[in-house]
Ligand binder design. Structure first.
Ligand SMILES: NC(=O)c1ccc[n+]([C@@H]2O[C@H](COP(=O)([O-])OP(=O)(O)OC[C@H]3O[C@@H](n4cnc5c(N)ncnc54)[C@H](O)[C@@H]3O)[C@@H](O)[C@H]2O)c1
Length: 447
């Protein structure tokens, strides 16, 4: 089966390589000539565990090629996926659909025989209708069907998510498209991935509703964390007790510095805007956005408090810049807000990230980058863990204490047991927990 993937970003590249790995013939098209040239030379423009190996293996097997020519790619294609960006439209927060519509127009010009146009990009309800109208207007003779096939992969675990998804959602209005999409995902039947066939508009909304729910869940536990601090409780214990309820579940109940990334911020904003336009506002989502926005910058106050009330002239070492571990994606990363707020308060900032420094460099001013946590700890007044990379989970506190001017740890991801850090002579502050509240209780022996 010949598949065309338009867009060689996080989603397009992972989807293209995974479909090729299933045995399909995949042509991945991007209008960014430099990106395509790099891919043709075997260089992967993003960091995603396992992606480089998967791309190289499938290129070598002759199942995956990269090109800038949509026209060539579309010959004999059974399905063309749209995996182009849908960022926030500047000024109003609606999804910017210009890349989707441009790609749809380009596709219209190339259709020759029945083809399925499947949207993987996250798009507002009704976008499929508009894509169909656009193509129909340009090519009244074309034989095609527009399908919504939203993508749920997580950066950092993208290949596993793509190959073993919780579910595949396919929104369509056409039987021939159903046969094509069933063939595309047939290799996944072995993994018993549930496929939900539904209407196109339903599929479009499922993606936004799922992301908004997860963003809300994270924000909920973040607010509970603040309450824990006020009342002397430990949010890790509270989240554990709450998450053991099967109706709630333990995932996305980790308190931290606020969500960021390429999806939650823009998708919650786009959903809230679409809901307002439909005169059916989503107040929970609107509040989630507002709470999260103030939270990210507010984390700097925690650092300032840990440094005794001022960071003016102090050196702060930031561990982790990317919005989450195992990616180099810096889009809307909380580290950006935390660093800016610390600089505004007069701090000198040093930073280290295992894979994100190259992407972070153009987004940050006056930050000194270091090759390791120990590199940036030298002479620092505090270390702040912003992203929970594995490499930060077993820090040598004795070595750090010798290097730092004062042994202060601000653990914005709660990865260390406070009492342990304090035993090593550090002052500890986390999110939603105090050293006392986190001491093992009566039940600890039974865990
Ligand atoms: N990144 C994620 O984790 C994730 C997860 C699920 C869904 N999504 C959604 O998937 C979509 C893509 O996200 P991404 O993170 O992969 O974006 P991205 O910015 O990493 O990649 C988009 C790519 O599309 C290319 N492109 C844009 N217009 C084009 C055109 N007309 N022709 C050819 N190439 C074109 C760009 O050059 C770029 O390489 C978005 O709608 C996003 O919301 C993203």
């Amino acid at each position: 089966m010949r598949i065309v993937m338009v867009g060689a970003g996080y989603v397009g590249l992972v989807s293209a390589a995974s479909f090729a790995d299933f045995g399909h013939d995949v042509v991945c098209v991007d209008h960014d000539a430099a990106r395509v040239a790099a891919l043709q030379a075997g260089e992967i423009p993003i960091y995603e565990p396992g992606l480089s190996e998967l791309v190289v293996a499938n290129v070598e097997a002759g199942r995956l090629v990269f090109t800038t020519s949509l026209k060539d790619a579309m010959q004999d294609a059974a399905v063309v996926f749209l995996a182009v960006g849908t960022p926030s439209r500047r000024g109003d927060g609606h999804a910017d659909l210009s890349f989707v519509y441009k790609a749809a127009r380009d596709i219209a010009a190339t259709i020759d025989g029945f083809v399925v146009v499947a949207t993987k990009s996250t798009v507002p309800v009704g976008t499929g209708d508009e894509v169909e109208r656009l193509i129909r207007d340009l090519r009244p003779d074309a034989d095609f069907a527009v399908v919504s096939n939203p993508e749920f992969l997580r950066e950092g675990a993208a290949i596993g998510d793509f190959k073993r998804p919780d579910r595949i959602v396919i929104g369509l209005e056409d039987d021939r498209a159903l046969a094509t999409m069933a063939e595309v995902y047939r290799p996944l039947y072995l993994n018993a991935a549930p496929i939900l066939y539904t209407g196109r508009r339903n599929a479009e909304l499922i993606k936004y509703a799922a992301n908004a729910f997860l963003a809300m869940k994270v924000t909920f536990i973040n607010e509970i964390a603040d309450l824990c601090e006020a009342l002397g409780a430990d949010v890790k214990e509270v989240a554990r007790g709450v998450g053991l309820d099967g109706r709630i579940g333990p995932k996305f109940l980790h308190a931290g510095p606020g969500y960021g990334g390429s999806c939650f911020p823009k998708d919650t904003a786009a959903l809230a805007k679409a809901a307002q336009d439909a005169a059916s506002p989503l107040r929970l989502v609107e509040t989630t956005i507002a709470v999260n926005e103030t939270r990210k910058r507010g984390m700097a106050r925690k650092v300032i408090a840990a440094c005794g009330g001022s960071v003016r002239g102090r050196t702060i070492a930031i561990l982790g810049l990317t919005f989450k571990p195992n990616t180099d994606d810096m889009r809307e990363a909380p580290a950006l807000s935390v660093i800016q707020a610390l600089q505004d308060a007069g701090a000198r900032v040093r930073a280290h990230d295992p894979h994100g420094m190259e992407a972070a460099r153009p987004l940050l001013n006056d930050v000194e980058f270091g090759a390791s946590p120990y590199d940036i700890a030298e002479g620092a007044d505090a270390i702040v863990i912003v992203t929970e990379w594995d490499a930060f989970r077993a820090l040598d506190f004795d070595r750090l204490a010798k290097l730092m001017r004062s042994p202060v740890l601000v653990d914005l991801r709660n990865i260390y047991p406070p009492a342990e850090v304090v035993e090593r002579g550090f002052a500890y502050s986390g999110v939603g927990r105090t050293v006392d509240a986190s001491r093992p209780g009566i039940g600890a022996a039974h865990r």
